[in-house]
Design a protein around this ligand. Structure first.
Ligand code: AMP
Ligand code: MG
Length: 412
């Protein structure tokens, strides 16, 4: 018979735990992806412009291409040149060409007078202001020049970066690979969401929430399903995850109960780097490596598993994808109401942060029990509350991990 006992694992701090994880987290190799597939990916190469932008001198406005040396004198309009068209005629002394934005500047012209400063009648254009040489010409290579480094490795590809890749003619680009992340739920009590409850059973929410978190973090989720509290079955599925994925996440079975089997399995098949973290919620969070692959034993309580994912797993997944800053932004916020800290452990309290009269103000999401997933629903911040006995008064300042977007509107 198995006896329950206190955890033999020494307690590490959040910082020590993160250092233990990140020092063992590799940046994955690169792969080539199509332009249309690279949103949010991290560039693994230097992108150099193969052409000038614009590739020719062009009109920057709609107007008339002229020789500035003709000063204010009326000019004869000899042609019209539109974008995409190349005019063979040249602008000579005393002549002008009607020209549209983006059209190549004709030979001979050294200025474009904007249409608002001209009048044309009977084929003669007069200008209202003295044309200056070079005026309203969008010079070849003005925005991007051939050979210029336009994007550096480590750049996160958003809409402007994708536009730049298209500008320089890159339809395929090297980016860091996304980690495949396997997720396994453990527990004799678990049933699938579409099953009806029977006595003693609860629906497995962690697997679905964690698979979603993996996707949100940029990883490729792989479900390993549910497994009973059986050591051999759990080991077999963890090993399957290790074969098929870069990272394995388990939920449940990491506490000190008699059916908490994850730690003994990981100890046997790999190396546990920590088995307890001084933080709340999620103290039993466990991190191991098996043949260099990362395994996270996340706690079973739904809030604990997701907060542990945020604090420990997400930074590792971001590092693997080449992000230079794998962590969430940390901001300073004002608490709207009194907050009671945990006596012995830093606590990550769930809150909604919003702009209010020029300040970032945090409102709690209600009871902070680790079973109450509603405390995370709609939260955009995890407030880092240092341990202590004194409450933080309303109006006090705390650090917060920003996990979602901040709205301008009042939530109340
Ligand atoms: P454990 O860490 O396995 O002792 O589980 C702690 C608590 O979390 C228990 O109340 C479990 O029923 C609950 N729990 C464990 N796994 C899940 C899951 N996948 N989805 C929802 N709740 C879970
Ligand atoms: Mg369990």
């Amino acid at each position: 018979m198995v006896r329950m006992q206190a955890s033999p694992y020494s307690m590490v701090s959040v910082e020590e735990a993160l250092a233990a994880i990140l020092s063992r987290t590799p940046v994955l190799g690169a792969e080539e992806v199509e332009l249309s597939q690279c949103l949010g990916r991290v560039l693994a190469e230097t992108v150099v412009a193969s052409d000038d932008l614009p590739p020719f001198d062009a009109a920057a406005v709609d107007g008339y291409a002229v020789q500035s040396a003709d000063r204010m004198q009326p000019r004869r309009v000899i042609a019209e040149v539109t974008a995409g068209q190349v005019e063979q005629l040249a602008v000579d002394r005393g002549t002008a060409m009607r020209i549209m934005t983006g059209a190549p500047l004709p030979e001979g012209a050294d200025a474009v007078v904007m249409v608002e400063q001209t009048r044309e009648s009977d084929g003669i254009v007069t200008v209202d202001a003295l044309p200056r040489p070079g005026e309203n010409i969008y010079r070849r290579g003005q925005d991007v020049f051939v050979g210029q480094e336009v994007l550096a490795p480590g750049t996160v590809l958003g809409a402007p970066e994708i536009g730049l890749l298209a500008t320089v003619g890159r339809t395929r680009v090297r980016v860091y690979r996304r980690p495949v992340v396997a997720v396994l739920s453990t527990g004799d009590e678990l049933i699938e969401p579409d099953e009806s409850l029977r006595p003693g059973a609860i629906r497995d929410s962690n697997r679905y929430a964690l698979l979603a978190s993996v996707r949100e973090a940029g990883g490729e989720p792989l479900s390993l399903g549910q497994v009973r509290d059986d050591e051999a079955e759990q080991e077999a599925l963890i090993r399957e995850g290790l074969r098929r994925a870069d990272v394995v996440l388990t939920s449940g079975g990491v506490s000190v109960g008699s059916r908490d089997l994850i730690k003994p399995i990981l100890q046997r098949i790999g190396t546990i780097h920590f088995g307890r973290v001084s933080f709340k919620p999620g103290k039993p969070t466990t991190f191991a490596t098996v043949d260099g692959r990362l395994v996270f034993g996340l706690p079973g309580f739904p809030v604990s598993s997701l907060v542990s994912f945020e604090v420990f797993v997400r930074p590792a997944l971001r590092k693997m994808q080449g992000y230079r800053q794998p962590g969430r932004p940390v901001i300073r916020v004002e608490v709207e109401h009194e907050i009671r800290p945990s006596a012995d452990r830093p606590e990550y309290q769930r809150a909604v942060v919003r702009w209010h009269e020029g300040r970032l103000v945090a409102t709690t999401t209600g009871a902070q029990r680790s079973s109450r997933l509603l405390s995370l629903a709609g939260a955009n911040a995890l407030l880092r509350i240092a341990p202590g006995t004194e409450p933080i008064p309303a109006g006090g300042q705390v650090d917060a991990l920003l996990i979602g977007e901040i709205s301008m509107e009042s939530v109340t």
